[in-house]
Design a protein around this ligand. Structure first.
Ligand code: BTN
Length: 252
């Protein structure tokens, strides 16, 4: 079934608009909210997402049949969908890859990011008595411009191709690809997608640093992601550390 697309000229944040849509309609079917620009676009860890016209700002609503504990891996699944779609637009001599947990990079520069939020509802009626978790999957892709920031370097699709797709075309391609991946995730589990993620990961085996759950800064090599989607870092004493939140910094 094709999703319903909602186009907005400007909005605070497409994730906020998606939440309003859910609150008002209690409708869990596929919806995509696309805005030409955002006045309060936000990224992970409370960061601002610059949102001038011309780029893709969207939120896709999906309700995967996946347990709440497993849902934490959804950013990795969304990253894979972005990789599958965007590789059609990026020439092979440029390195399109995934940065754990939620970035897509080209040649080390950030092309886009993912911000997943959730909303749980109890559905009680004659047919169903269940709790559903709807995922508000916010995706920002730099199509024609990218911000100049001090904390990381970014890029945009126009730097790599003249055939930059219209935002709604790209949005539908991503939503379709995400449906395929969610179906695999639901039927075969995350392990069947983990290899593809690792294959496209940036910096495997390379020196990285990250903040562990106990607040300590860990330095070591980016070994892998485990079956739970956590990053495994091996320090110089061969001890393994799991990183489940925060982000990793490349040290090379
Ligand atoms: C990140 O890299 O930290 C995530 C960036 C996510 C940005 C998108 S743009 C559409 C949606 N609405 C928002 O306010 N944020 C996400």
């Amino acid at each position: 079934m094709s999703p319903t697309i909602h186009f907005l000229e400007t909005v605070d944040s497409t994730n906020d608009e998606a939440r309003r849509l859910l609150k008002n309609n209690q409708d869990f079917k596929d919806h995509i909210i696309i805005a030409e620009s955002q006045t309060k676009g936000r990224g992970r860890l409370g960061r601002r997402w610059y949102s001038p016209p011309g780029n893709l700002y969207m939120t896709i609503l999906k309700t995967p049949k996946i347990s709440l504990a497993e849902l934490s891996k959804i950013s990795l699944i969304v990253g894979l969908s972005l990789h599958r779609v965007l590789k059609k637009y990026i020439p092979e001599n440029h390195h399109l890859c995934l940065k754990w947990p939620n970035d897509i990079l080209v040649n080390r520069n950030k092309l886009g990011g993912i911000l997943v939020e959730t909303e749980s509802y109890s559905i009680i009626d004659d047919h169903m008595n269940d709790s559903l978790t709807c995922c508000l999957i916010g995706v920002g892709i730099n199509l024609v411009s990218s911000p100049e920031l001090s904390n990381y370097s970014s890029c945009n699709l126009l730097e790599f191709t003249k055939d930059v797709p219209q935002p709604d075309v790209l949005a539908l391609e991503i939503s379709q690809s995400l449906d395929d991946l969610i179906e695999t995730w639901e039927t075969k589990g995350f392990d069947s997608l983990r290899e593809e993620w690792l294959w496209n990961a940036y910096g495997l085996g390379k020196p990285v640093s990250a903040k562990a759950e106990n607040g300590f800064q860990i330095y070591g090599r980016f070994l892998t992601i485990n079956k739970d989607g956590a990053v495994v870092i091996m320090d110089e004493t061969q001890q393994e550390h799991l990183i489940t939140s925060s982000e990793i910094t490349y040290m090379f």
